[in-house]
Design a protein around this ligand. Structure first.
Ligand SMILES: NC(=O)c1ccc[n+]([C@@H]2O[C@H](COP(=O)([O-])OP(=O)(O)OC[C@H]3O[C@@H](n4cnc5c(N)ncnc54)[C@H](OP(=O)(O)O)[C@@H]3O)[C@@H](O)[C@H]2O)c1
Length: 293
């Protein structure tokens, strides 16, 4: 049995679709099963669990051989995910240890970065390494799907407005991240104590994405990079909560504008046995989001 935490999110929903397609036995550990079932594949099974409620975790992990560990990058992420690891250690004392596949931060992570999300992911990775359990760490780059945040402005104003400056950023499709996670969960044996950086084949400047998008939508899309502080004000005015804006701006300053987002790896193509999905394919698949409705 595989248990999926984070099943209702961007990556988790796609992972559940992969596991359903493979006819794998899995269940989703979710806070609100009724809400989860509305977004999960038909036939998905849910068990009620909250990372902040230790008793719910012990019940969730009974009979589980492999576990997918993901939660939102909020201030409680490390505490929450370490609680799941602790529960897995306790359960594994009396049986074959379960294998944890941890969805971590991007390949750029390093201890000296003044970045809260990176510190938290590294603390969870450290807890996994010290747990004695078999584990695999996945470090995905910037998701293609993040570009959809800019879509309505592109559709309305023909402008990709994003504060990334001129640096290149490696990206990856959430579908590929989910496919890689499914491969490992279904046969974890060869992946114990391995860390994989999941990226597309190349890094992109936003200017290049705007050019590629122009060809996809059939008219010119400009790229404009506002100052980071101004992007923060715009996000607040658009209703993004203060913690999320702080996270977004930290990522821009410490990672993307600092040129740390450009790293690419061949781990993903080796895991999947094929090339990663391309930017072109992503933009074509979501063309409708980038043009006025
Ligand atoms: N976006 C990127 O470019 C990128 C790149 C690299 C790494 N990452 C990492 O990816 C992760 C986010 O992935 P995502 O975008 O797929 O997630 P997401 O869409 O933000 O969804 C978060 C999931 O975590 C669950 N969750 C949150 N708190 C929980 C709790 N206390 N107990 C049980 N479940 C809980 C949520 O469940 P509910 O339905 O109950 O809310 C939801 O299913 C973060 O760790 C982030 O650092 C993101």
């Amino acid at each position: 049995m595989i248990t999926v935490f984070g099943a209702t999110g961007t990556i988790g929903q796609r992972l559940c679709a992969e596991l359903s397609a493979a006819d794998a036995p899995y269940r989703c550990a979710v806070r609100d099963p009724a809400r989860a079932l509305a977004v999960l594949p038909a036939g998905a099974r849910c068990v009620q669990a909250d990372m902040q409620v230790p008793a719910s975790l012990m019940a969730t992990l009974q009979g589980v051989q492999a576990l997918f560990l993901l939660s939102s990058h909020d201030a409680k992420m490390a505490k929450n995910q370490i609680a799941v690891i602790d529960a897995a250690v306790t359960i594994s004392r009396s049986r074959t240890p379960l294998h944890i596949v941890k969805l971590s931060g991007g390949p750029y992570m390093r201890p000296e970065l003044p970045l809260q999300v990176s510190r938290q992911h590294l603390a969870i990775e450290d807890a996994l390494q010290r747990s004695g359990l078999p584990y695999t760490i996945l470090r995905p780059a910037f998701l293609h799907q993040n570009l959809l945040r800019f879509a309505s402005r592109i559709a309305q104003h023909r402008e990709l407005t994003a504060p990334f400056g001129e640096q290149s950023i490696a990206m990856v499709d959430a579908d590929d991240v989910a496919a890689a996670a499914a491969r490992i969960l279904l046969a974890p044996g060869g992946h114990d104590r391995r860390t994989y950086s999941l990226t597309g084949e190349r890094a992109w400047r936003m200017q290049e994405i705007a050019q590629t998008l122009s060809a996809v939508v059939g008219h010119r899309v400009r790229y404009r990079s506002p100052p980071v502080w101004l992007a923060g004000v715009a996000q607040r005015l658009a209703g993004v909560d203060a913690e999320e804006v702080k996270h977004n701006l930290e990522m821009v300053r410490c990672v993307y504008r600092a040129g740390l987002g450009a790293y690419t790896s061949t781990d993903l193509s080796r895991l999947l046995g094929r090339a990663p999905r391309t930017m072109q394919t992503f933009l074509e698949r979501h063309r409708a989001a980038f043009v006025p409705s």
